[in-house]
Design a protein around this ligand. Structure first.
Ligand SMILES: [Fe+2]
Ligand SMILES: [Fe+2]
Length: 335
């Protein structure tokens, strides 16, 4: 079994742990809020008392009725509100990354054929590394939440993790109620080849450094794996969840605008070059990232205590800063 197959197998086992084998999640949030539906509208197709059975080998089955179980202290701790998280997301709408993504896409959409031939390969090289680098980030975020075992509430932790696993499994071609699909690495490779006529493997085998993506990756891993350097484990998990939300929220802008830019390039010269662009990679991300952002949002409101709002904000702005730097540097490569 090669390492890639191992990744897929590990992800599949993890999925089953959260009730997502081949059957739909019973309570999985698939609803995209009105606000987000409007923002990405062109791309979203939309897809008391309890009775307890007491079993004992020595006694017949007894059925007893008990009063509702009182909440534990952990369950009584108030969680952050949806409104508070939305106001943090609004800061990202006006943040550094959105400006950098707009700058990059304005340059890309209007790129000359000459620069496409001479410079774009550096951006492809950086993107190939960058897009894969989010997978270990998602894994690190999950680990931070899982490591609150024994400290956070059992049910809240479980629900939160069930949200987090879905976008990560999707990276390896696994979605609820669907046959195994292509991995996102495979889709990216096909997209690259359709646009350039070259093989992604050849580009990667050249081992040209990707300093900008590596820098971003180092920042992301430093921040998430240290839990924002918080002392308390649950605070660290709150930080990781805020970071994850910022990643997914900004990815919605990123992929939506990348799709627009490549459509522009297609009209301007790719069709004349007889390139038959394979749109699947960009289209599924442009549709899927707003859903991921909603899932990340749901993970936050299922787990993060109200008292950790500032931790959440710090995490989101940390990613906003570093992601903006990455895209500004990609824009510089094309100038
Ligand atoms: Fe992806
Ligand atoms: Fe995503």
């Amino acid at each position: 079994m090669n390492s890639f197959t191992l990744s897929q197998s590990a992800s599949l086992c993890a999925k089953n742990e959260y009730g997502m084998s081949k059957k739909a999640l019973s309570a999985a949030p698939r609803v995209i809020p009105q606000q987000r539906t409007e923002r990405f509208a062109p791309l979203i197709t939309t897809r008391k008392a309890s009775t307890v059975c007491v079993l004992s080998p020595d006694r017949p089955v007894q059925t007893t009725t008990q009063p509702a179980v009182p909440l534990t202290p952990k369950q009584r701790e108030p969680l952050i509100s949806r409104e508070a998280v939305q106001s943090l997301e609004a800061e990202l709408d006006n943040g550094e990354s959105v400006k950098a993504l707009r700058r990059f896409n304005d340059i890309l959409a209007n790129l000359s054929e000459e620069k496409w031939n001479d410079r774009m390969w550096m951006v492809w090289n950086e993107l190939a590394h960058n897009l894969e680098s989010f997978n270990p980030i998602f894994t690190a975020v999950m680990l931070k939440v899982q490591c609150t075992i024994g400290h956070s509430d059992y049910v809240r932790r479980d629900e939160c993790l069930r949200n987090l696993i879905q976008p990560l499994a999707g990276e390896y071609g696994m979605h609820n109620d669907e046959a195994m699909g292509k991995t996102h690495r495979k889709l990216f490779s096909e997209f690259y080849t359709s646009c350039t006529g070259a093989s992604l493997e050849e580009l990667l085998e050249a081992e040209v450094p990707t300093p900008n993506s590596q820098q971003l990756f180092a920042c992301m891993m430093r921040d998430v794996s240290s839990g924002g350097q918080c002392i308390d484990g649950i605070e660290q998990a709150s930080y990781a969840l805020g970071y994850n939300l910022a990643v997914e929220y900004l990815a919605a802008y990123e992929k939506t605008w990348l799709l627009d830019s490549f459509r522009s390039l297609d009209q301007r010269f790719l069709q004349q070059q007889k390139r038959d662009v394979e749109w699947m990679f960009l289209e599924i991300h442009a549709i899927g990232e707003p859903e991921h952002a909603e899932i990340g949002h749901q993970g936050v409101v299922n787990f993060v205590p109200k008292a950790h709002e500032e931790v959440l904000r710090r995490a989101m702005l940390d990613h906003d800063r570093d992601f903006a730097q990455f895209y500004n540097r990609l824009a510089d490569l094309l100038c």
